[in-house]
Write a protein that binds this ligand. Structure first.
Ligand code: COA
Length: 537
């Protein structure tokens, strides 16, 4: 494989301007991440500390092996939603190493509305379970929750993807032999009682941990009986009498020790390691800041990104001379083989056909796919329709949907229209999907959406015998759509709604992909069967 040539001049004015623009975005991102981790009401902190609880961060730190990597999952979920304080949708989640095992950790945060589950908290919980199932990762739940957030209970409870789905998944994960460990470090109320009950191993903390179908407030309301949480479902009750819990811990720190002991005894899975020794890229990944244009519409060669992501900046480019608006090639990230697919312009028929063939090859060879999305969509217009752009897009979408190798997607710029589908958007089950802070997502760009609406309106007016929109009317129609597409297309909107697994500093992309590639080795193929649907020819 030969190294990708770079034409970037880090001393140029353009590089410096791009660098400053991205630096500002990354500074914002770090600030948001810190706020989500640390901003809590003093009253809630004091209450948790008074009960002798460790903070969520401490609980996680105590269970993880020291100096091992941690991959945060959806840390900015629910950002700006509800009352703006339900950081991470009330749940801290990520993948780390516990007693030598890669483990997905999900932890309620009792300092956010008593750990109550908001609709997006349920969505995040389900997303974590999906990641655990797809990658066959053991799961650790640090439970401390007042159950469903009652003012929004109808959005949390009965639907297909409501809270009940969590327990349904737990039963299926148990059948799949995916270990589930739960530490009861606060309350598990009502449906929440099934979290430990459906787990393989349950640790319960004395005096603060409690499990019951109806907590003291409900019992009082239902029967008038006055009973403490400890009497109703404390560790003594469940470790000594009911048998719901398996291990009694004296406090949070002790529970973390017991958790580590439980994981130490789990059978060791030894997924295949990297195909070759990792080698850093020839070009510093931090240079990505200076390469990504400040404006989404400014073109940039995706090979410049790949040169800062792939090992030794090396790529065997597949069909380099054909379908040039898409770059496909083989390379390595942290030693793991990958097939990369990156946009270099609008998708045309040749690029869609090239992608289809490339996906088939990677699928046959068992090589995971990495998609770098920066796509305005598939090409429109008379000639392209006549040439069958739809049927070539169909082949690409079909190959993405039905191939079984693991896929990882990073939205590095635009993600518009069916380009989002063909380039393995969320609906196509990439094992992980991340956004860069500059990324934009939507059916189409705001300007195009405004033009479409203006055309539709004017045609309607012409039919009805009215004059076209004047300048003021046009502006009144354009402004809201431009504003909403910008707001709802931003990386922050995406991440707060859990359309992705997090926003990445571009400079971290290579390392995060390396971690993800190590994880997908645990289950390299999805189980929807080999073969493809019908390719429209
Ligand atoms: N829905 C909505 N809000 C809830 C909630 C729920 N299920 N559980 C707790 N909260 C809120 C409280 O109103 C309070 O809000 P505030 O910060 O705005 O005042 C905050 O969470 C902290 O609750 P508080 O009771 O002060 O904390 P605590 O540490 O003493 O107790 C619980 C925490 C979870 C044990 C306790 O709040 C409780 O028993 N909640 C109700 C549990 C329940 O019966 N749930 C049934 C739903 S399935």
């Amino acid at each position: 494989m030969s190294p990708i040539e770079s034409r970037i001049d880090p001393a140029s004015a353009e590089f410096k301007a791009n660098y400053s623009a991205m630096e500002a975005l990354v500074v914002d991102l770090r600030h948001e991440l810190q706020r989500a981790r640390e901003e809590r009401a003093d009253k809630a902190r004091a209450r948790a500390a008074g009960l002798g609880k460790l903070s969520v961060q401490q609980r996680i730190d105590f269970v993880l092996d020291p100096n091992t990597p941690w991959l945060d999952l959806a840390p900015l979920a629910a950002r700006g939603l509800y009352d703006g304080t339900i950081h991470g949708a009330g749940i801290r989640a990520g993948i780390g190493v516990v007693s030598g095992h890669e483990v997905l950790v999900v932890a309620n945060d009792p300092t956010i509305k008593g750990g109550a589950l908001f609709p997006l908290g349920v969505k995040k919980f389900l997303r974590c379970q999906t990641i655990a199932m797809e990658n066959r990762l053991p799961i650790l739940m640090l439970v401390d929750s007042g159950g469903a957030f009652l003012p929004l209970q109808s959005e949390v409870f009965p639907d297909h993807d409501g809270f009940g789905r969590v327990f349904c998944n737990q039963a299926r994960m148990s059948k799949m032999n995916i270990p589930q460990v739960t530490a009861v470090m606060g309350h598990c109320t009502a449906g929440g009682a099934y979290l430990p009950a459906m787990s393989d191993h349950v640790v319960q903390v004395r005096s603060t941990g409690a499990i019951f179908l109806g907590g003291p407030p409900l019992v009082r309301a239902a029967t008038g009986e006055e009973v403490t949480a400890d009497e109703l479902g404390g560790a003594e009750v469940h470790c000594r009498e009911s048998g719901v819990s398996d291990y009694m811990a004296q406090d949070d720190a002790h529970a973390c020790e017991v958790i580590r002991d439980i994981f130490a005894l789990l059978p060791r899975e030894r997924p295949p390691g990297p195909a070759r020794d990792p080698r850093p890229p020839l070009f510093d990944p931090a240079e990505l800041w200076g390469i990504i244009p400040a404006r989404l519409s400014t073109p940039r060669d995706v090979r410049e990104l790949l040169a800062r992501i792939l090992d030794a900046s090396e790529m065997l480019e597949f069909k380099a001379l054909y379908g040039s608006t898409l770059v496909t090639g083989f390379g390595h990230i942290h030693g793991y083989e990958v097939g990369v697919i990156g946009n270099n312009g609008v998708l045309v028929s040749e690029s869609a056909r090239k992608a289809t063939q490339f996906i088939q090859l990677c699928d046959r060879q068992g090589i995971p796919l990495v998609f770098l999305q920066n796509v305005s969509g598939y090409m429109v217009g008379r000639d392209y329709e006549r040439a069958g752009i739809i049927k070539d897009g169909q082949k690409m979408v079909n190959a993405v949907a039905t191939s079984t190798v693991a896929k990882l997607t990073v939205v590095v710029g635009a993600s518009f229209g069916a380009g989002n589908y063909g380039m393995c958007g969320r609906a196509y089950d990439p094992r992980f999907l991340w956004m860069w802070p500059n990324a934009q997502i939507g059916v189409m760009g705001g300007e195009q959406a405004a033009q479409v609406l203006a055309t539709v309106k004017n045609e309607q007016r012409a039919r009805e015998g009215h004059a076209p929109l004047d300048a003021a009317e046009l502006e009144a129609l354009r402004r809201p759509i431009l504003e909403s597409t910008a707001r709802e297309g931003s990386a922050y909107h995406s991440t707060s709604h859990l359309w992705d697994d997090g926003i990445l500093d571009p400079a971290d992309t290579r390392d995060v992909l390396g971690l993800a590639l190590a994880l997908v080795q645990r289950s390299p193929r999805s189980d929807h069967g080999q073969g493809y649907g019908t390719f429209r020819m």
